[in-house]
Design a protein around this ligand. Structure first.
Ligand code: IDP
Ligand code: MG
Length: 139
C-alpha cells in the first residue's frame, strides 16, 4: 500500500440506484487505490455502533435506520493525503451545498441518503477500516 488511508461506504441509496460502478470509477480516476472492499448489509445494531459518535444528534435514529435499510459497499482506499482529498471528492454532507462534479452532487438523494461516507480524520479512518476489515483482508 502507498500513501495514507481513508475509509468509505457506498450507502444504500447509491447501491439501490445502481451507482456502485460509476462511484468506484470516480474514486479510481481521482487516484485512489482500493485496498479492501466488501458488499454487505449492516444490522441495525452494527450501524448504531459505527455511528455511535453521532448518538446525541437528532438524526441518529433516522441515520441508523437508513444505513441498515439495504446493502452497502465498504472499502479502504489509499492515496497521498487520502482523508482530505476524499472529502473533497465527495463534497458537502448536504448535496444541495456540494460542489459541482462531486460524488454527492452527482448521486446523493438527500442530506441523509447522501450516497457515500468518507472518514473525517486519519484516526477515524483507522478505526472505521478496522470495524469492517481485519489486517489480513487489507492489501
Ligand atoms: P459527513 O458524512 O459529511 O461526515 P456527518 O456530520 O458526519 O457528515 O453525519 C454523518 C451522516 O449522518 C451524514 O453523512 C448523513 O448521512 C447523516 N446526516 C447528517 N446530517 C443530517 C441531518 O441533518 N439529517 C439527516 N441525516 C443527517
Ligand atoms: Mg462524518
Amino acid at each position: 500500500m502507498s500513501g495514507t488511508i481513508t475509509f468509505t461506504m457506498i450507502k444504500p441509496d447509491a447501491v439501490e440506484a445502481n451507482n456502485i460502478g460509476p462511484i468506484l470509477s470516480m474514486i479510481n480516476k481521482a487516484g485512489f487505490r482500493i485496498n479492501a472492499m466488501k458488499y454487505l448489509k449492516l444490522s441495525r445494531e452494527d450501524a448504531g455502533k459505527f455511528y455511535a459518535v453521532h448518538k446525541e444528534r437528532p438524526f441518529y435514529g433516522e441515520l441508523v435506520d437508513y444505513m441498515s435499510s439495504g446493502p452497502i459497499v465498504a472499502a479502504v482506499l489509499s492515496k497521498e493525503n487520502a482523508v482530505a482529498d476524499f472529502r473533497k471528492l465527495i463534497g458537502a454532507t448536504d448535496p444541495t451545498k456540494a460542489d459541482e462534479g462531486t460524488i454527492r452532487k452527482l448521486f446523493a438523494k438527500s442530506i441523509a441518503a447522501n450516497a457515500v461516507h468518507g472518514s473525517d480524520s486519519d484516526e477515524n479512518a483507522a478505526i472505521e477500516a478496522s470495524f469492517f476489515f481485519s489486517s489480513l483482508e487489507r492489501n
